[in-house]
Design a protein around this ligand. Structure first.
Ligand SMILES: O=C(O)CCC(=O)C(=O)O
Ligand SMILES: [Fe+2]
Length: 404
């Protein structure tokens, strides 16, 4: 990997003369780097500014107001987490955050507040391979615990932060539209029919689709998934700090299919691990989004496209506050990674052998976590154990945090 991330100009997609070159660049970025910048992406600057202008006021709300929006109130892990409440690699992340998502109602139909999933009360692991998405779409089972992840946001009231809800909702809608446009470009770069993945997002116009071994399958219908947005604030380190702090520790994104990250202003901090194990700085580029791929994408392509490891170094004592906004494109909770894999051509998957360090195998290989809902629930419980304990019980936390 060279020392800078590639920059793709998405307006090249609009001209038949430049489109092939854009697709070649995308192909290279997908398979070589797994991290890229996009410019001329079509998200209006005003839509972005309307959110970023409000971030200082949002985080400056009185602490009791922020506490009233705590994630502890939410079985969906949506809301506020205070400074350094989250940990990565066993170390505190020196940031404060609000989690939002596509505004959707609850669907989970569990028996009551204190439900104990039958799996947790049994010694033998009944769940292996059983919680998956291969059931017919007509029998969607809203008793599955992972459906409890889906649900509404916690908004500050309009008088407290006028215009915030509208600004963030507009931002969500524009970045969602960008994500769908971008997935169509990926399909082209993979040389599969444009729209192959549409049914993952509840957007299918067709009722059948071809899998990569040539079979024609009926498209399962899915509920449109919930995308997630984090609003992040990284304060400068204390004046006496000797070493660079951990803004967020090294990780792969586990929340979604693709991530579209907006870095606000000029504050640096994001670093990406290259295939030669060197940290590359991903400096903010004005009016751009950083795009990278989540664990599920890596697993679906059997590691041909990597969920590249990245981290954020906390701003130094003389820096300004750094804000950033990752948008994690969701996938249906009742889908499995094996199912997604059917739509990825063998010629794409086979590229993993050529990619350096092609050991892309992730926890999805364990049949329990092949289900995206299960792997998402596990991820959220692991990073917010108190919220997990409150809504999923001690047994739930024990189940989802057990070591392999
Ligand atoms: O703040 C950033 O630039 C990146 C944050 C990030 O990687 C994450 O929250 O997953
Ligand atoms: Fe990340």
């Amino acid at each position: 990997m060279s020392q800078a991330l590639p920059i793709l100009d998405l307006s090249w997609a609009n001209d038949p003369k430049t489109r092939p070159q854009l697709l070649r660049q995308l192909h290279a970025a997908l398979f070589d780097v797994g991290f890229l910048n996009v410019v001329n992406h079509g998200v209006p600057p005003k839509t972005i500014d309307n959110v970023t202008d409000l971030l200082p006021s949002l985080f400056a709300l009185p602490s009791e107001k922020k506490a009233s929006l705590s994630k502890l109130n939410s079985a969906h892990f949506l809301g506020y987490s205070g400074f350094a409440e989250e940990t990565t690699l066993g170390k505190q992340d020196l940031r404060e955050q609000f989690d939002y998502a596509t505004e959707l109602p609850e669907v989970w139909q569990g028996p009551n507040e204190n439900v104990v999933d039958e799996r947790f009360s049994s010694n033998e692991s009944k769940s292996s391979g059983q919680v998956n998405g291969n059931d017919s779409s007509s029998t969607r089972n809203f008793n599955q615990l992972y459906w409890r992840l889906r649900g509404p946001n916690q908004w500050p009231d309009e008088r407290t932060l006028p215009g915030f809800r509208k600004a963030l909702s507009d931002y969500h809608d524009e970045v969602e539209a960008l994500s769908y446009r971008f997935v169509h470009l990926i399909e082209e770069a993979f040389e599969i029919p444009v729209g192959t993945f549409d049914h993952f997002f509840g957007r299918q116009s067709h009722t059948t689709t071809k899998t990569t071994n040539g079979d024609t399958l009926p498209c399962r219908t899915y509920l449109p998934p919930q995308h997630r947005i984090k609003l992040l604030r990284y304060p400068p380190s204390p004046a006496d700090s000797q070493t660079a702090g951990q803004g967020v520790g090294a990780h792969k994104d586990s929340s979604g299919w693709l991530t579209f990250l907006y870095q606000v202003g000029n504050e640096e901090g994001l670093e990406v691990l290259s295939s030669s194990d060197k940290w590359i700085r991903a400096k903010p580029i004005p009016n751009s989004f950083v795009v990278n791929f989540g664990n599920a994408f890596e697993a679906a392509t059997e590691g041909a496209v990597k969920a590249t490891i990245h981290r954020v170094i906390a701003p130094g004592p003389k820096s300004n506050v750094r804000y950033s906004i990752p948008f994690f494109m969701g996938l249906p909770l009742d889908m499995t990674v094996s199912e997604v894999r059917q739509y990825i051509p063998e010629k794409v998957r086979s590229l993993r052998n050529q990619a350096e360090g092609g050991d892309a195998v992730s926890s999805f290989l364990d049949p329990r976590w092949d289900s995206l809902g299960e792997s998402q629930l596990r991820k959220w419980i692991r990073s917010h154990r108190e919220v997990g304990e409150k809504w999923y019980g001690k047994e739930g936390v024990a189940y989802y945090t057990q070591e392999e």
